[in-house]
Design a protein around this ligand. Structure first.
Ligand SMILES: Cc1cc2nc3c(=O)[nH]c(=O)nc-3n(C[C@H](O)[C@H](O)[C@H](O)COP(=O)(O)OP(=O)(O)OC[C@H]3O[C@@H](n4cnc5c(N)ncnc54)[C@H](O)[C@@H]3O)c2cc1C
Length: 395
């Protein structure tokens, strides 16, 4: 009945069930991960990674011709939503290789990096943010200078997620000379290229095996074949990535909120305080009702935007899609944080213990309101498009 509300096809439902079953397997490892700095035993990690591939849950965003699953946007959302039910980033084994790279990768990049990443044999990470350029990525100070058949890269990058797990990094820098001087270009760089140095690896709120170090690029030399697309393309890749990832963040936040509602409800139904169960107390019922209602609204809008992205491409308006992905990311990430806050409250003292799922989500979901464009930036994008295009174009 619930699934019919969202108009999912039998194929969608089968994929969703497969992803859900795998997420349930991952959930069994959360406690261990939390107690071991986010790490699983290497053989367990390898087994789960292999299982994600075997179940057809990786590279959902990549065309079948390249070895991906060729899923619709809605199906990608369904898979990531199930992954979102799992804490400690254990579901990051549901990898989504960089889809924006597919049309612009040269043959060397396709064979050396992209295809192996799709097959689960390589992993990349992003070095875009800097100490003084986060929300405003147009203000980067890192540079790329052409010297003969090479580029020389310099700069310091912050929060480079997964550098400790990855073997190559996407570096974004400002061109210092030539026809496109002042524009941003993106490069793929092997992690072990001389001149790349980990400045430090700060601790973050969550307990993830994937770290976010600060990296220095000091006269890092790469062949010109490592430039992605043409010199002036850097920002367009970032925008395409944002559109995609903001929707997938929303999908994962839906999964988190669903799990929290389920866990809250189960706890409230069996926890007796005085003569009554928590679920009988109207103030607790209010928290459950608000959480469920917001989850319903959030899911409806996320699926709607995913479906519109799957619609005929000639009708697609990129700016409208961008603004709608911003609305989804803004609303769903904020919704999930409200649900996590209520869940901690419903669990009481238990909700403050790291062994409790509500406590872990309470920490982990906070970053969803910050990365890939903080909530304020999403609001600025939405308001800008409302002013330029009017309400009817957007909603
Ligand atoms: C765990 C984690 C992982 C990350 N992973 C990566 C990664 O892999 N690669 C990468 O390149 N980056 C990564 N980031 C960086 C992330 O994208 C940035 O932190 C984010 O874009 C915000 O930038 P900032 O931290 O510099 O904040 P700032 O830009 O300094 O903003 C600070 C605050 O001011 C607000 N603000 C800024 N501008 C405005 C405005 N115009 N109006 C109103 N309010 C405004 C922001 O919303 C924010 O609340 C990661 C960050 C974290 C925390």
């Amino acid at each position: 009945m619930g699934a019919q509300v969202y108009g999912l096809t039998p194929e969608d439902l089968e994929l969703q069930a497969r992803a859900r079953g795998f997420a349930d397997e991952l959930i069994l490892h959360e406690q261990y991960a939390e107690e071991h700095g986010g790490e699983l035993r290497p053989e367990v990690e390898k087994r789960l990674e292999a299982r994600a591939v075997e179940l057809g849950l990786t590279a959902t965003n990549i065309p079948v011709e390249l070895g991906g699953r060729g899923c619709s946007t809605l199906q990608q959302v369904l898979v990531q939503e199930q992954g979102g039910r799992v804490t400690n980033a254990l579901a990051w084994c549901l990898t989504t290789p960089p889809g924006w790279w597919v049309p612009v990768a040269n043959e060397h990049q396709r064979e050396t990096y992209l295809i192996p990443t799709i097959e689960g044999r390589r992993e990349g990470c992003y070095a875009i943010t800097e100490e003084h350029a986060g929300s405003d990525v147009s203000d980067l100070k890192a540079t790329a200078t052409r010297q003969g058949d090479e580029y020389v890269l310099n700069g310091e990058k912050w929060h480079v997620t997964s550098f400790n797990k990855a073997d190559h990094v996407f570096f974004q820098g400002v061109l210092t000379e030539g026809e496109h001087a002042g524009r941003q270009a993106m490069f793929v760089v092997d992690d072990d290229t001389p001149g790349i140095r980990v400045v430090r690896t700060p601790s973050y709120s969550h307990t993830f095996a994937h770290h976010h170090p600060i990296l220095a690029f000091e006269d890092v030399r790469v062949p010109a074949s490592q430039l992605i697309g043409s010199e002036a393309d850097g920002m367009s890749f970032v925008y395409e990535w944002f559109r995609y990832e903001r929707l997938m963040i929303a999908a994962r936040c839906l999964g988190a909120a669903e799990r929290l509602v389920d866990e809250m409800q189960a706890f409230a139904a069996q926890r007796r305080v005085g003569p009554e169960f928590l679920a009988d107390k109207q103030l607790v019922q209010g928290m459950l009702a608000d959480s469920l209602t917001e989850l319903f609204a959030a899911r409806a809008m996320t699926y709607e935007v995913a479906r519109s992205l799957d619609g005929p491409s000639e009708r697609a308006d990129l700016k409208v899609a961008h603004a709608q992905c911003s609305m989804v990311k803004l609303y769903v990430s904020e919704m999930a944080n409200r649900v996590a806050d209520r869940a901690v409250q419903v669990f009481g003292g238990r909700g403050y213990m790291r062994e409790n799922v509500a406590e872990r989500f309470y920490r982990e979901l906070r970053v969803e309101r910050i990365w890939e464009g903080a909530s304020e930036i999403q609001r600025a994008i939405i308001a800008d498009q409302l002013r330029k295009r009017g309400r009817a174009a957007l909603v």
